[in-house]
Write a protein of this length. Structure first.
Length: 682
């Protein structure tokens, strides 16, 4: 039926066309007359061109170039453009340059293209002046000369040619071959934008976006971005997509963001490809698709776009949508870091610090953290502070540690606020403790679980503040809701207050589930290990909780995978051993804990001092709970309770280098320390 309708429609159109020619025979006569006129015009052009009329030669060349009145023929076009150009026809010389630049009718030759562009520019042709300026700016077919390039842009711009006005503005914008001058940049961008030149609209939009010599006006910026984007200028489409993604200056719309970024990415705009990859990775405006995310990051990364290189490296680093591959991660992090991308420097520093994909090198890690911090990457300040506080890759320096923590804290980084707050709070001086509490409050407001917990203790026991049990309970709850097990345990204690009740039982169970040994003890002491985390047994009856992992290692479950393994190693490095041992205990009691992780925890907990105490009878540190913790861990390691990495994570390696000098190893070996505590794992 549909095919019949199509045929009927065609027949109607044909009949209509026939009727038109029957009814209006004049149309046929007009068409014949026009064809005759064109033929005569072409014949006249050929005659005049052969008589060395340069304008006729140019027009005839243009007919062959565009395929007007004749079949398109670049070789004939080239011939007549050359004849006209040799007679100083400026426009013909320009088109002859185009032919050489693009290989129309001749082999591509940028040097010859530049020769003819210069010939045209000498005669004042504004377009040729601009193109030659571009050749000189890039060193294309000529020796690079930005000064001459700027002069040519100016000559062309003063004739009102929009691309040259924009290019001249760009030179002022970035101080290329001339002193940076935002006022001049805005002037020339405006001149070109008034002619609806999209690149100028985009750059003028940037001026309003960031307040360069104009009052910051996001609405005006977006208006200009949109004008350029609607002309299919890819950088503007990318920027507009970014603003919709972030909700800056416009109502946040992932759908709008995705649409603009998709259009920009289709034109191979690297920034749009990268941002569109982010949309696919996190499901902004589309269904999550890690394969598409990876492909887009790769397309952008291969254009040397540093953010995409870093994002692609991170996918490999964490095994997101691809098989985890530290070597690939290092390759892409390194590429982005070479371009000065701060996040890549930070992640690369992390790799050097922990030996992921590269040989462990704390000195190199510090250099990279410092470079990232110099660029304002907040996470680097906290890591640098930790390096100087604990002497990782540098000589310990408390003053520098505080300096880096403070820099990050003052810029709002909650990790720095917590680290700085903890450092001051642990001081014995009351004035410093007050400073510490101030920073802990700031970190807690940003939902830092550790800061919330520590403040909760302060309010519970009146340490540096007036006791406030209700405030303590609020802080413990906030911290516990983030899975911070010590907070859940302490909240159970607060609820208890001498009376058994339902609430504290639930809190202890939650804390125990997160690995708190204190909570396990409380369950045993107060409730006889009766768990509220009920499971149905085969008879349909509620089964009580299992014994703690500490006492029943054979019942341990693999609670973390290889991806989380690396994250826990990072957390351990920043763990406050003066607080308690619940977090490291939870890792040791997990079936995913291999020998490398156990040794890491042993030495981070000052295993060297423990071995000196055990084998050489030196004094043990006086930290509460430390010695029992170390005794148990020592026994489990030497009894070979921790399996090797391969048995837990097939195909993976978790190398660990024992942090002892040759002298220290020899001393302990001579004292009879078991080899398992002295041998590196490769």
């Amino acid at each position: 039926m549909e095919d019949k309708n199509i045929l009927e429609n065609i027949e109607i159109k044909q009949n209509s066309a026939v009727a038109a020619f029957i009814l209006v025979p004049r149309l046929i006569a007009d068409a014949v007359a026009e064809m005759k006129q064109q033929k005569e015009h072409l014949q006249n052009l050929v005659k005049d061109a052969e008589k060395k009329d340069s304008h006729a030669q140019y027009e005839l060349a243009f007919c062959y170039y565009k395929g007007e009145y004749v079949k398109q023929d670049y070789k004939r076009a080239l011939y007549w453009f050359r004849r006209a150009a040799e007679q100083k026809h400026a426009v013909a010389a320009y088109y002859l340059g185009i032919c050489y630049e693009n290989g129309f009718g001749v082999e591509k030759d940028d040097k010859q293209a530049a020769v003819w562009y210069r010939e045209s520019a000498k005669q004042g042709f504004s377009i040729a002046q601009c193109v030659l300026g571009w050749f000189l700016e890039l060193g294309k077919g000529v020796e690079m000369n930005k000064q001459e390039s700027m002069q040519l842009y100016r000559m062309s711009a003063e004739q009102g040619y929009a691309p040259a006005q924009c290019n001249l503005g760009f030179f002022y914008y970035h101080g290329i071959a001339i002193e940076e001058d935002e006022a001049e940049a805005v002037y020339w961008f405006s001149e070109a934008a008034n002619q609806k030149y999209p690149r100028a609209q985009f750059l003028l939009g940037e001026c309003f976006d960031y307040g360069y010599h104009v009052e910051k006006d996001t609405v005006k910026a977006i208006e200009l971005y949109r004008l350029a984007a609607e002309q299919d200028f890819a950088p503007a489409q990318s920027r507009l997509g970014y603003l919709y993604l972030r909700g800056e200056g416009v109502e946040q719309s992932y759908t709008e963001a995705f649409g603009w970024l998709f259009r920009g990415a289709q034109k191979r705009e690297a920034s749009a490809q990268c941002l569109l990859g982010k949309c696919y990775e996190f499901g902004y405006g589309t269904e999550p698709d890690l394969h598409n995310a990876q492909e887009l990051y790769r397309l952008s990364a291969e254009q040397d776009y540093a953010p995409a290189q870093c994002n692609l490296g991170y996918l490999y680093y964490r095994g997101i949508g691809v098989q985890e591959n530290n070597e690939e991660a290092i390759r892409w992090f390194s590429s982005a870091a070479k371009r000065g991308y701060a996040r890549a420097e930070f992640l690369l520093a992390e790799c050097y610090k922990y030996g992921y994909g590269v040989k462990k090198d704390l000195n190199q890690a510090v250099i990279l953290y410092q470079s990232a911090a110099d660029k304002g990457f907040l996470g680097a300040f906290n890591m640098l502070g930790g390096c100087y506080q604990y002497g990782f890759g540098v000589k310990p320096d408390g003053i520098k540690a505080i300096e880096f923590y403070r820099k990050g804290a003052e810029q709002g980084d909650m990790e720095c606020q917590y680290s700085l707050g903890l450092l001051f709070y642990l001081s014995k001086q009351k004035n410093k403790q007050k400073i510490g509490l101030k920073w802990l409050e700031k970190a807690a407001k940003q939902e830092h679980a550790g800061a919330q917990y520590l403040l909760g203790e302060c309010y519970q026991f009146g340490w540096g503040v007036k006791p406030n049990l209700q405030r303590a309970m609020e802080l413990y709850t906030f911290s516990g809701e983030q899975g911070y097990s010590p907070a859940m345990c302490d909240l159970g204690e607060v609820y208890l207050k001498g009376t058994l009740c339902e609430e504290d039982y639930e809190f202890y169970c939650t804390a125990a589930e997160w690995g708190s040994n204190d909570a396990e003890s409380a369950l045993k002491r107060r409730f006889g290990y009766v768990s509220s985390l009920k499971q149905e047994n085969e008879n349909g009856e509620d089964a009580s909780a299992k014994e703690s992992l500490k006492n029943n290692e054979n019942d341990a479950k693999l609670l973390f995978n290889n991806e989380e393994y690396k994250e826990y190693c990072r957390q351990l490095d920043c763990f406050n051993w003066n607080h308690d041992f619940s977090f490291p205990s939870s890792l040791l009691n997990d079936a995913g804990c291999d020998l490398s992780l156990a040794l890491n925890i042993f030495y981070l907990a000052d295993g060297y001092s423990y071995l000196l105490h055990r084998f050489l009878e030196e004094d043990a540190p006086g930290m509460q709970g430390w010695l029992p913790f170390m005794e148990e861990l020592y026994k489990r390691i030497t009894d070979r309770k921790f399996p090797n990495t391969e048995s837990l994570f097939p195909g993976e390696k978790h190398p660990y280098k024992i942090p002892l000098s040759k002298v220290q190893r020899f001393r302990l070996h001579k004292a009879g320390v078991p080899e398992v505590l002295l041998e590196d794992i490769f």
